[in-house]
Ligand binder design. Structure first.
Ligand code: AMP
Ligand code: MG
Length: 349
């Protein structure tokens, strides 16, 4: 397939170019587009054949459902059976933004979108290109992250091109994404409101509206005996090509542990990659050292993480030793992605 790359600026959207992308969606094709979280791979959410193309292009397991993206709150009505009061409160507070809400699905949605589940995931992105693409197409757009399944999610058009060139109709290059991690998935379909995937909207943000909110334990602890409630959390994700180990705890202990391991690996003839922070960078004298940003601003770390994981795929390292961050606020989402990227190899120090 011939993939066309359209360069579009968020604050000055070229009407001809966005219309070209809209026509592809209307005709059942695939468009990769920027959102404020990561790049999405979009298709008409009411067209099961178009949705099937998403699974093929990504190599996504069929049992992993897709998020439907809307451009207005009115669009939600035909997608769900009911909208509980708490969902309306969350929508008013956090949309457009990085919060995906699970509700009981209506019959209009093809079962391929929800992987046969009785619930549907819905979000309104906060990105002008995404919103124009959805409203112009006049349909909800089904869109998972625009990467090959298993690889780190794409935070720039370059990442999408690496994974999907020749597999999709259009890639919209709208620059780097802001947040850099996927949306928070919040289940409001049952008795207990529960976070199934941590993301851009934190538990601390949500608890103000939902005091009884719970967190699916599987997102912070990888254990073969715990089955995650969100199918996507089952899979190894975001994985760099080399092995990765994450060190969590007090910063001084983290640095000491990584220095010790680095020496051990290097004397064994291995190439070591180190993911550190601005505060600790000076301590590492050996290995390929990349900082995620400052510990004082976890937004920067979230923004940079997936790009760094991809960067290490281009460097010839045998092992990546990564610093962890605190399990609070955005740190929960960062640690969840590190847990997935490392296949659960988080060492407490
Ligand atoms: P991605 O499309 O890569 O951002 O991943 C979407 C995430 O939302 C995956 O972890 C999915 O498993 C999850 N998800 C989507 N729909 C549902 C649903 N109906 N029930 C549970 N999880 C869902
Ligand atoms: Mg994904």
């Amino acid at each position: 397939m011939n993939t066309k790359i359209l360069k579009i600026t968020e604050n000055n959207i070229d009407e001809d170019l966005i219309n070209e992308a809209i026509n592809v969606i209307k005709n059942g094709g695939l468009v990769a587009f920027p959102t404020e979280t990561v790049y999405g791979l979009g298709a008409n959410g009411f067209d099961q054949w178009a949705a099937e193309k998403i699974f093929i292009a990504k190599g996504r397991p069929q049992d992993n459902p897709l998020i439907l993206h809307v451009s207005s709150i009115e669009q939600v009505g035909e997608l769900v059976r009911e909208i509980p009061k708490v969902a309306i409160e969350c929508i008013e507070r956090f949309w457009p933004g990085p919060l995906t809400i699970l509700l009981k699905k209506s019959d209009k949605i093809p079962s391929i979108i929800t992987a046969g589940l009785d619930t549907v995931a819905i979000r309104m992105p906060e990105h002008k290109i995404a919103l124009e693409l959805i409203s112009g197409s006049n349909t909800p757009i089904a869109a998972p992250s625009a990467n090959t399944s298993g690889r780190p999610s794409p935070t720039s058009a370059k990442h999408v091109i690496e994974d999907l060139m020749g597999k999709v109709d259009i890639i919209i290059d709208g620059g780097d994404t802001g947040i850099g991690l996927e949306s928070t998935v919040l289940d409001l379909s049952g008795e207990t409101p529960m976070i199934l995937r941590p993301g851009g909207v934190t538990k601390e943000d949500l608890i103000k509206i939902i005091p009884n909110i719970e967190v699916d334990f599987a997102i912070i602890k990888e254990d073969e005996n715990i089955v995650p409630k969100s199918p996507g959390q089952k899979y190894r994700h975001y994985a760099p090509k080399s092995e990765m180990v994450v060190y969590s705890g007090d910063v001084e202990n983290i640095v000491r542990a990584i220095l010790e391991k680095t020496e051990e690996y290097i004397s064994g003839g291995k190439n070591v990659g180190i993911i550190c922070t601005d505060e600790t960078k000076e301590f590492y004298k050996d290995g390929i050292v990349i900082s995620m940003g400052t510990r004082k601003d976890e937004k920067t770390i979230a923004h940079n993480l997936f790009n760094i994981l991809r960067l290490f795929d281009e460097k010839n390292v045998d092992i990546i030793l990564s610093e962890g961050v605190d399990f609070s606020f955005l740190g929960v989402a960062i640690m969840n992605r590190m847990m997935k990227a490392s296949g659960g190899k988080i060492i407490e120090v």
